[in-house]
Design a protein around this ligand. Structure first.
Ligand SMILES: Nc1ncnc2c1ncn2[C@@H]1O[C@H](COP(=O)(O)OP(=O)(O)OP(=O)(O)O)[C@@H](O)[C@H]1O
Ligand SMILES: [Mg+2]
Length: 322
């Protein structure tokens, strides 16, 4: 069943140099319970996509076109009061920095109570019990006692667990995770990844997992969306995309994974640098960095769908993975 349907989403920022097309015609579906990874270099539009879904785009940014449907209900253009009813209840978000979620002056228990009350008023005891339940679910030891603690009394990893617990409080159908483990130690990162995957499975929660790190995304998601310069350029099941990328950019991302390092040699890097969104070439945005570019690449390729894969390239790679 389709939970979220995004169609031709366009989110632009008004700047002195003109419209910055941060998200420029993005379409994808998320099935109920599915974990989808959204990957791409810094500035490719991953976070703006996440914020757009939640209606969290403020001026100078604006959703100028497209549609975001949650279980068939259009979210683009919904009044803020109605969007607040969606946020935190049907869709919640976990950010790289837990302080984006946590209020430093309130106890964890109080914050969780507020997050619950925002959507449904129940008894104090029921709210406390629910808070303890989700804290335990994310691996906070001695949860009942920790309700009285303030955010600064937790380690970085534990603070992020609390933020995840708050995201889970109202049993949302979808959690958008925007680099939630990037700032953490590698070992804690791995633990939280494994736990989030189990959470999604046990609770049937769908997740959009955003990261610039293909290795991280691939370890948690079952399907990949690859973004480049505000557009999706490749989509498919993680295993298929890793084994046989069809877009040269995806192939470059895979070749630069540390797992593919040859001892004593530098990691392979995609040549060139992330393009300025103000200065994109006509046609395929990746063309200036692409080893396979030809004259025809000056025309914008469409995202071509074939079974469960999609690629935006005139000359897609054909499966050998190189
Ligand atoms: N408030 C804003 N005002 C102007 N431009 C913005 C704003 N927020 C984002 N942008 C621009 O939109 C583009 C996409 O940004 P976004 O934050 O979505 O990238 P990202 O893929 O999440 O990158 P990262 O991996 O660094 O988090 C960037 O060019 C960014 O500079
Ligand atoms: Mg981001």
């Amino acid at each position: 069943m389709t939970l979220l349907q995004v169609r031709d989403l366009q989110t632009h920022f008004a700047t002195r140099s003109g419209a910055l097309k941060a998200v420029d015609g993005v379409s994808f579906d998320i099935a109920a319970g599915e974990i989808v990874g959204l990957v791409g270099e810094s500035g490719s539009g991953k976070s703006v996509t996440g914020f757009s879904i939640l209606g969290l785009i403020d001026p100078p940014g604006r959703i100028i076109g497209g549609s975001v449907k949650l279980e068939g209900r259009e979210l683009v253009g919904l009044p803020n009061a109605e969007l607040r009813g969606v946020r935190g209840r049907q869709i919640s978000m976990v950010f790289q920095d837990p302080s984006a979620t946590l209020n430093p002056v309130l106890t964890i228990g109080r914050q969780m109570q507020l997050a619950l009350e925002a959507h449904e008023k129940t008894s104090e005891a029921a709210m406390r019990a629910r808070a303890v339940e989700v804290l335990e679910r994310v691996g906070i030891p001695d949860a009942a006692r920790r309700l009285d603690a303030h955010p600064h009394q937790f380690s970085g990893g534990m603070r992020q667990r609390v933020a995840i617990a708050i995201a889970l409080l109202n049993s949302p159908a979808l959690i958008i995770c925007d680099e939630p483990t990037t700032a953490l130690d590698v070992s804690i990162q791995a633990q939280i990844l494994t736990e989030m995957k189990a959470l999604a499975r046990d609770l049937g929660t769908a997740m959009i997992w955003i990261s610039h790190d293909l290795a991280t995304v691939s370890s948690v998601a079952s399907r990949l969306l690859v973004m480049y310069a505000g557009r999706i350029i490749e989509e498919g099941p993680v295993r298929d995309v890793l084994r046989a990328p069809r877009h040269p950019y995806t192939a470059g991302l895979i070749a630069s994974l540390p797992a593919h390092a040859v001892p004593g040699r530098d990691l392979v890097q995609i040549p060139g640098s992330t393009p300025s969104l103000f200065d994109l070439p006509p046609g395929c945005a990746f063309q200036p960095r692409c080893t396979y570019a030809q004259a025809g690449c000056g025309v914008m390729p469409n995202l071509l769908r074939e079974e469960n894969r999609a690629v935006r390239c005139h000359f897609p790679l054909n499966g050998s993975g190189s």
